[in-house]
Every structure is written in C-alpha cells, then in structure tokens.
Ligand binder design. Structure first.
Ligand code: AMP
Length: 381
C-alpha cells in the first residue's frame, strides 16, 4: 500500500470527539478532512474542511464520503456492515471491516483474543435460563452476564451475586435479542489499558499502559505511569502488541484489562479506534494516539510512543464543565507543579454524564495531579 501523503483528504465516518481530535492532529500534518455525521456542526465537523450531514447507514452519503476522500477511517465501532463493505469497494479503508466484525460481538472478540494467546476472564455462552443456572454453578458467583452486542459504559450488564438472581437477570438481558455471555467476576486490583498501533507495513508500537479509574461505569481518570509493578506493565504492553499482530490490526487497537493482586492480567475488551484512556498521549507522549492512528492508516512510519512526563487525564462530564471553567478562569496559577491542558469537544448541550471534554494534568508526580483534582472541588459534587 502506497503511503497517503500529507495534503491528501482523510474521510472520517463519525463526527464525535474522537474524529475531532483525529482531524486536529491530522491538520497539523497538512491533511484535509471530511466527516459524515447525522448531527449538524458535529465536534469533528467544526474542525474539518467539510461535513456531510446524514445518518451513518445512508449509502448515498457514504458514497459521497468515499468520492471526496483519499482514505477513510472510522471513529466508532458500530459501523453498519453494509456501509463498511460499500466503502471498502469504493475507496481505501485500511482498517477494513473484519476487525469491526470481531469487536462488535463479545464472543467473537473473546475467541480472537484467546487465539492471539492472551487470557480473558473465564466465560461461557448462554443460550437459556437453565443453561445460565448451570453456568453459574461452573463459574461460581459473583459473575457478570453481558449482552454480546450493543453494550457500552456498563449498559447491557448484570452482576449476578447468587444463583437465585439467574432468572431475573436472564429475563432482563434476553430482551436485547442478542447472544449472552457469562463471565467470571474478576476481583481486580486495578484496571489497565494499552493502546497499540499497527501499520499496513507491519510496524507495531504500544503506548505506555494507563491505570483507569471508572465512576458509574464511565472512565473518570487515567493515570500514567500506572501504579503497578514495571514487569506487569511491560507484560500488558506486550499483550497489546500480540493482539495487534494476531488480528492484523491497521490503525489503533485499545486493549482494556483487569490486573489481579497476584499480577495476572485478563483482557476485558477491545476497541478498534482511538480510546478515551489514550487521551493522555496528547501532551504526555512524543506522538499522540491520534497522530499515530493517522500515521498507521496512511502507512507512514509510526512515531515514538515515549512518555515525556507523568500525567493524569480527568474526564469532563456535562456536570463538570461550568464549575471547572469558572475555577480555571478565577484561579491564579500559583501551583506550577501541575500544568492543566484543557480539551473541550464543542458539544452544544452539557447533559449530565455526557463526555464534554477532558483535562490532561502534566506533573512530576501523579500524586500532585490527584491533589489538584480534589482541590478544585469540581469532581466531588
Ligand atoms: P465493560 O462494559 O465490559 O467494559 O465493563 C464495564 C465495567 O464493569 C468494567 O470496567 C469493570 O469495572 C466491570 N466489569 C466488567 N466485567 C467484569 C468482570 N468479569 N469482572 C469484574 N468486573 C467486571
């Protein structure tokens, strides 16, 4: 595959914040951008050269995107299979559609991770309430019942504390009309994630592992370096490289995992795109995840993933934006131990729990960042 050189146009299917940050990174390099999104003036549309406003499954609009673009990338994983196939025939889609097919379904994804020689939490496919009761017997309670498709941020999940909950959990999740999977509940010490990139020429690089803290199933903090033994972090990074190679990834793959107190790592899930837990790379690494993704899909040499400074990324949800902006505007920056870098996504409505932006806190010691977050009072309301 010939490199797609700066000056060319990159088409982005999906106009959310990930597309926006891709376009901002690519514009520095001289690429032009066109995005397709159903919402007028989308986060990506605001910084792209052009937006086509249409539903994601509108074949005509997708064809137009293909005609305007030298290469196409997607910023979310629930791309309609028909549209993906059409784009692949009409244009260059280096990420392809087979990785989407794998990661859109938890069972297919788990099998692919195992085929890469990497461990996932013990699991079983569930086909009936009776089968669920037997599986709880084998895996033991607590365990987690999940829908195979359509779940995100903890939706489509039920933590089963005892076998008596089986019928209720099955009745609730089987309404989703998709396969179900039961997983052993991992008593993890921390959650880690690694974003890795692979280019069509076969080059693979992983970013440093992030330690992730969730609140109400939504990512709250990413702490880098993660507060885990160096050997565990290196192993996590190697696992992500192994998965990127085994799945023939082109572009980015984010690998979320659980680390047990014994140091064992189990992969929870994959995302074939830039990832919220990789936003820390924007100022803290020699190359950001967004630039790396562009380099990979354009088949340019990948950049260094070296960590330049410790960092904590804190997400800004709808309820945090107004108090934080007020705090930042009024605060005299006396504490030079922390350099806060604000990223807002240009979304109109600051709804509660909606991801509106993030702040990367550049520090010498991650403890200073955690103190800074507490000091603002913004996240404790
Ligand atoms: P997921 O939608 O699979 O990313 O899960 C959302 C969150 O639920 C994870 O970040 C974990 O905190 C928790 N979780 C999911 N699966 C398990 C599991 N098998 N064991 C323990 N916690 C889990």
């Amino acid at each position: 595959m010939r490199p797609v050189l700066p000056g060319s146009t990159i088409g982005v299917l999906g106009g959310g914040q990930l597309g926006r940050m891709l376009a901002l990174a690519g514009r520095h390099m001289g690429y032009r951008f066109v995005t397709l999104d159903p919402t007028e003036d989308s986060p990506c549309g605001q910084v792209a050269d052009r937006q086509i406003t249409a539903p994601y499954n509108d074949a005509e609009a997708a064809r137009e995107l293909a005609q305007l673009s030298d290469v196409i990338t997607y910023e979310f994983e629930n791309v309609d299979a028909g549209v993906a196939a059409m784009l692949e025939s009409a244009s260059r889609v280096p990420q392809g559609s087979s990785l989407l097919y794998t990661t859109q379904h938890r069972l297919r994804e788990k099998r692919a991770i195992e085929a890469a020689g990497v461990r996932v939490a013990p699991y079983e496919e569930i086909t009936s309430a009776a089968n669920l009761r037997e599986a709880i017997g084998r895996l033991g309670a607590p365990c987690v019942l999940k829908t195979a498709t359509g779940g995100y941020d903890g939706k489509g999940q039920w933590v089963i504390r005892s076998a008596e909950e089986a019928d209720e959990a099955y009745a609730a999740l089987s309404q989703a009309q998709t396969e179900l999977v039961l997983e052993k509940f991992i008593r993890f010490e921390r959650e880690l994630s690694v974003v890795a990139a692979r280019s069509p020429r076969g080059e693979v690089r992983a970013f440093p592992a992030a330690e992730n803290i969730h609140e109400d199933n939504i990512l709250h903090l990413s702490i880098v370096p993660a507060r885990a033994p160096e050997e565990v972090l290196k192993r996590a990074e190697r696992m992500a490289v192994q998965i990127a190679e085994s799945l023939d990834v082109v572009g980015l793959i984010a690998v979320e995992m659980f680390q047990t107190p014994e140091g064992d790592l189990f992969v929870n899930e994959l995302a074939p795109r830039p990832h919220n837990s990789g936003h820390y790379t924007m100022e803290a690494c020699a190359t950001s995840q967004f630039e790396q993704h562009i380099r990979a899909v354009c088949n340019l040499p990948l950049g260094s993933t070296e960590l330049l400074t410790p960092v904590v990324m804190v997400n800004l949800l709808g309820e945090h934006v107004e108090p934080l902006l007020r705090w930042l505007a009024e605060q005299v920056q006396e504490d030079l131990q922390v350099t806060p870098k604000l990223h807002l996504y240009g979304k109109k409505e600051a709804k509660t729990k909606r991801k509106m932006g993030h702040v990367n806190l550049l520090v010498n010691d991650v403890k200073d960042a955690l103190k800074w977050i507490e000091g603002t009072g913004v996240w404790s309301r």
